[in-house]
Write a protein that binds this ligand. Structure first.
Ligand code: SF4
Length: 355
């Protein structure tokens, strides 16, 4: 049996039952593929169900506010995906008569859709014979081909990309791509692959040479930077100050408590807090009791966030730049936030005597 036949035969018996597979409309496939970027299936499932219930079609999504889309996305991470999904829905309504394009080249022109996602949507939803090759699938091919080129190198990408397209069965490209996704998730695991249960064991040169655990070859990455960040829950006239992040970069469009990164010139965390708030809002504050310390890891850096209650020093008007606003404590839940800001918000909401 060929490699492709072995993969498809295994998939026909072992495919994961997933909601976007039961009713694979282009809209559901698109939403699922965006949610699955950098995110595990188990994490995506409840978000997908909630999202599709609230936004059952491209038209409904396009008509929603960006704030509401972000609120439903909260906790899923990589928030630029939510903004791009929303923008792409509006573009498709205007430029594609409300239809999701069916070919890779047109899909790639939409916000948030790169080569892999375009290939996944085109093959699964429309049957275009294109290989979708993500990190898990690259791992499978690195092992099957016993590829010793470093992962991510030009040569690695070329060999894997060409091979993936060569073995893709033109009559079932979507199933084949999804089969490899399942194989990477459940059998050809990143550590300790389950080779004895693998349908392509006989085609796998890495397994035959007993080097599968060393593949793919990865070049050591530089250590991830770790930042200390100080933020303030500033209260004035019964309201709390929030800041909206810019429209690009990490946590784009989400709300957070004012503050920023420690610098060498800061003599203490409290100094950092007062300086950051002054630089960003022109408000002078004094820390008034620590709320807690919150850690979080992003893809390219880690942060430890120190959060305080803080008061405005007397004699100031609570005027703030336009990306800031004063919010009543019960309304904090309506403002989309990243994980750390939401934890801070929840911890102050759970301690009503502090409000
Ligand atoms: Fe991966 Fe093992 Fe299968 Fe090779 S035989 S593809 S290493 S699970």
């Amino acid at each position: 049996m060929s490699f492709s036949q072995a993969v498809l035969t295994w998939y026909d018996k072992n495919a994961r039952q997933l909601p976007w597979r039961s009713f694979p409309s282009p809209y559901r496939v698109w939403v699922s593929e965006i949610m699955l970027q950098q995110t595990r299936v188990e994490t995506v499932l409840p978000y997908f169900e909630r999202f599709i219930t609230r936004f059952p079609s491209l038209e409904v999504l396009a008509a929603a506010s960006q704030e509401e889309v972000l609120r439903l996305w909260e906790g899923l991470g990589y928030y630029s995906r939510a903004g791009n999904l929303h923008k792409a829905a509006q573009q498709m309504l205007l430029m594609h008569a409300g239809q999701i394009p069916s070919i890779v080249t047109e899909l790639e022109r939409l916000p948030g859709i790169g080569g892999y996602t375009a290939a996944a949507i085109a093959s699964i939803a429309f049957g275009e014979p294109v290989a979708a090759v993500d990190g898990n699938i690259k791992r499978i091919y690195a092992r099957v081909l016993a590829l010793i080129e470093p992962y991510g190198s030009v040569r690695f990408e070329k060999v894997v990309g060409d091979h993936a397209q060569t073995v893709l069965p033109p009559d079932r490209p979507g199933d084949f791509n999804q089969a490899l996704m399942d194989l990477g998730a459940n059998v050809c695991l990143s550590r300790q692959p389950l080779c004895k249960a693998c349908p392509v064991m006989e085609h796998c040169l890495g397994f035959q040479s007993s080097i599968q655990n060393e593949l793919p070859v990865r070049i050591k990455k530089a250590p991830v930077p770790h930042y200390q960040v100080c933020v303030a829950v500033i209260q004035s006239h019964g309201k709390i100050l929030l800041c909206k992040r810019g429209s690009s970069g990490v946590l784009a469009g989400l709300w957070e408590f004012p503050g920023g990164k420690c610098e060498q010139k800061d003599n203490s965390l409290e100094d950092c807090l007062v300086r950051e708030v002054l630089e960003k809002t022109r408000l002078e504050i004094s820390p008034d009791g620590k709320i807690g310390v919150f850690k979080h890891a992003y893809t390219h850096f880690k942060i430890t966030v120190h959060a305080w209650h803080a008061k405005l020093l007397p004699g100031q008007l609570p005027e703030v730049p336009e990306n800031y606003c004063w919010v009543s404590p019960p309304d904090l839940a309506d403002y989309p936030m990243g994980k750390v800001a939401r934890k801070i918000s929840d911890s102050i909401a759970g301690n009503s005597t502090l409000l």
